[in-house]
Structures are given as C-alpha cells and as structure tokens.
Design a protein around this ligand. Structure first.
Ligand SMILES: Nc1ncnc2c1ncn2[C@@H]1O[C@H](COP(=O)(O)OP(=O)(O)O)[C@@H](O)[C@H]1O
Ligand SMILES: N[C@@H](CCC(=O)OP(=O)(O)O)C(=O)O
Length: 364
C-alpha cells in the first residue's frame, strides 16, 4: 500500500523546530517561505491544512539573551512567550503575500482532558477550516510546564489529527524518516513502509534529538503508530528537503510511510488518546471483563463495577482496570462519580460507559 496524498482532504502537517531553524539556531526564513508556498499549493489542490508548528522557543532565543543562571523552565517560558509572537507574525506575513489568512491556537494538555474543552477546540478548528483559514497550532509553553506538557508537538499533532478526523498526518523533521539505526551511521537504512502490523522498532531509535527537538524520534514513532491505528495515514519526512510537500503530491517520495488501519469512529479516536487524560478509574469484575472483550457489543454496566476512584463529572474520560490492575481501556462516563458511587454493583441501572464511547486496548 502506498501513501494516497492526492486523495487526501484534510491533513495535519507538523513542522519541527529544527526544520525552521538553521544550524546556528537562527530562524530559517527561506525554509519557512518555501513551506508556506507548498501549503498554499496543497490548498489550491483542494486540501484543507492545519499546521502544528514548533519554533516559539527557537525564535525567542534569537531575540532575547538571558543570564545563564535563570531557571531553565523560566528561560523556556520567556523565550516561548516572546518567540511565539515572532513565529506567528512571520507565518502571517508569508501567508498574507499569498492571500491566505491564518489563525493561532495555543493549547495545553489539559484542553484534551476535558470533553467540553476538546469539543470547543474541535468546533473552532473546523470553523476556521470552513472559512478557508489556516489554523496554526502550538503548545502554550508559558503555562504548560512539567506535568502539563505534551511530550512534544508530535503528540499534539497526533491528537489534533484524531480530533478533526484528518486522513493524513505529516511529521516534518530534519531526517528522511525512521532509520534502522542512528541516521548518522552510513550503514543505517531508511524504513520506507510500516504496515498495519507494526513491528517493534523502539530498539532502533537512539535517544539522540536534534538541537531544538524535545521528544526525539521515539515520540514520532509512537504517535505515528497510534495515528495509523486510528485510520490516519502518517508520513515522517524531511522538511528541510526542497519541495518535500510537492513531492508527496506528485511522485514517489523519500519518507517513512505508516499504513492506516481501517478507520475508527470519532468518539473512539478521542478516547484512544485518553491514556494520559483520564479523570477517574473503575475496577471491574471478571464477568464485566469477559462481556467487554466478547464478540458482542457491550456497554459497561454498574453491576460489573467493584470500585470507583477519583472525582469526575459526566462526560469525563475514565480508565478501566481489572482486579489485578491491568489497564483494559478507556471510556466516557455517562454519570458523575457521585452518582456512580450510588449505583455500583446494582442491576438494572443505565450504562456507566456506553459502547459507543468505549475504547478497549488490544493487548489484554
Ligand atoms: N532510528 C532513527 N531514525 C531517525 N531518526 C532518529 C533515529 N534515532 C534517533 N533519531 C533522531 O531523531 C531526531 C528527530 O527528532 P527531534 O529532534 O525531536 O526532531 P523535531 O524537532 O523535528 O521534532 C533526528 O534528528 C535524529 O537524530
Ligand atoms: N512548543 C515548542 C516546541 C516543542 C517541540 O515539541 O519541539 P519539536 O520537538 O521541535 O517539535 C516551541 O514552539 O518551541
């Protein structure tokens, strides 16, 4: 199976910091201008595009020199806070020359945890696309520190692609894709295609990151796998290569292509990414576990619940565990923790998690 870029209707393109910066760490304006032109070409060919762009810290670092002794987290906040203006203004000017309006969306991990925030964000993104505006998404680095942070923007891009039901996710970085060894080693080879039965490649990834990179190739790989599993085709490619996005569109491409699995329903996509975003947990009994994993479609009923942990509201993501503590899946609570506590273990109650909002892990 080959990438089907020509047929793509909605794509999320993530641009890593290193694509937008030169070796000396300064912004690479020529590269940015070229990528903007390529995005414009894709739009002219009928595609809707959301950009997830890193670069705020790199742009801020160029503008502001800070004393060595400042706390590294604060340094990052200051650079991101100042650099984001510069980054988005550069995009704004470049897109404006081509008659394209852009918008800025800054988010934190918390915004993916709460279904209301999630749907507000989704509606806004879809609204922007319907008005022919290019949304440019980045993490809100000034408020997202430590546990509030995404692993990196590859995670944010993958979450965004699932949220808007994109058919394609392109992760642009400074290497041609995933190699079977360190890319600097001349004997390492590019892996051009990864099928739906994902091989375990984690051992071939070295912890090396590019000078500004945060999560490295390991997060890209894990996010690409997750997205492909949700039915989104993923390409990891070199954003520093001249006209890479046009190559995708027109001919065979140098990249790592992740073949998508048949598509899942949208609420399940939201849940599939919920493993770090759950608000509460339930422990279920063996009977309920068997029912959930059987061929029949089953919702999780209060009668199968042994214990409820956490304080959550109706609509929040809940993690499901068995009595041994194995993680079974995720679901959307139909009732609050307070109401749930009144009904656990009881028959003839309405589902605690409806099947349409239940996502079970494969490996159990
Ligand atoms: N097996 C591998 N294949 C490709 N790249 C790898 C591999 N192992 C480590 N890397 C490193 O991952 C880097 C890309 O990740 P990262 O620095 O986070 O980029 P970005 O800023 O684009 O997100 C590459 O520059 C490369 O050095
Ligand atoms: N939000 C940060 C980017 C963090 C990040 O994930 O960077 P990268 O690994 O280069 O995609 C910034 O704009 O500088």
């Amino acid at each position: 199976m080959r990438p089907e870029i020509q047929k793509s209707k909605l794509m999320v393109i993530k641009i890593g910091s290193n694509v937008l910066t030169k070796e000396d760490g300064k912004p690479d304006l020529a590269r940015m201008a070229s990528l903007v032109k390529q995005v414009s070409f894709l739009r002219e060919n009928g595609k809707k595009v959301i950009l997830v762009s890193s670069g705020a810290v790199a742009f801020g670092r160029k503008e502001i020199t800070l004393p060595e002794k400042i706390d590294p987290i604060l340094k990052k906040q200051i650079w991101a806070s100042a650099g984001q203006i510069e980054l988005i203004n550069t995009y704004k000017n470049l897109f404006r020359e081509l008659g394209i309006t852009i918008s800025q969306i800054l988010v934190t991990k918390e915004d993916f945890r709460d279904r209301k925030h999630y749907l507000n964000m989704k509606n806004c993104l879809l609204g922007l696309l319907s008005q022919d505006i290019v949304p440019i998404v980045n993490e809100n680095d000034t408020v997202a520190i430590t546990e509030l942070m995404f692993t990196d923007n590859d995670e944010l891009a993958s979450l965004t692609a699932a949220m808007v039901n994109a058919d394609t996710l392109i992760l642009l970085t400074n290497v041609d894709g995933v190699f079977d060894g360190p890319p600097s080693d001349p004997t390492s080879k590019l892996i051009p295609h990864i099928g739906t039965k994902m091989p375990d490649l984690d051992h071939v990834i070295s912890p090396i990151k590019s000078s500004f990179g945060r999560g490295g190739m390991l997060t890209k790989l894990s996010m690409a796998k997750k997205s492909a599993d949700l039915g989104i085709q993923v390409l990891i490619a070199n954003g520093k290569k001249e006209n890479i996005l046009l190559d995708f569109h027109e001919k065979s491409i140098t990249c790592t292509y992740f073949e998508p699995k048949p598509s899942k329903q949208s609420p399940k996509k939201w849940l599939a990414h919920g493993d770090q975003y759950f608000k509460g947990e339930v422990i279920i009994n063996e009977g309920a576990k068997t029912a959930l994993f059987s061929q029949n479609i089953s919702s999780l009923l209060p009668v199968g619940i042994l214990e409820i942990k956490g304080d959550f509201s109706k609509g929040d993501i809940i993690r499901i565990l068995d009595v041994e503590g194995n993680k079974l899946g995720l679901g959307r609570a139909e009732i609050s923790s307070k109401t749930a506590l009144e009904t656990i273990g009881q028959k003839n109650q309405k589902p605690f998690i409806h099947y349409d909002y239940l996502y079970l892990f494969n490996h159990v």
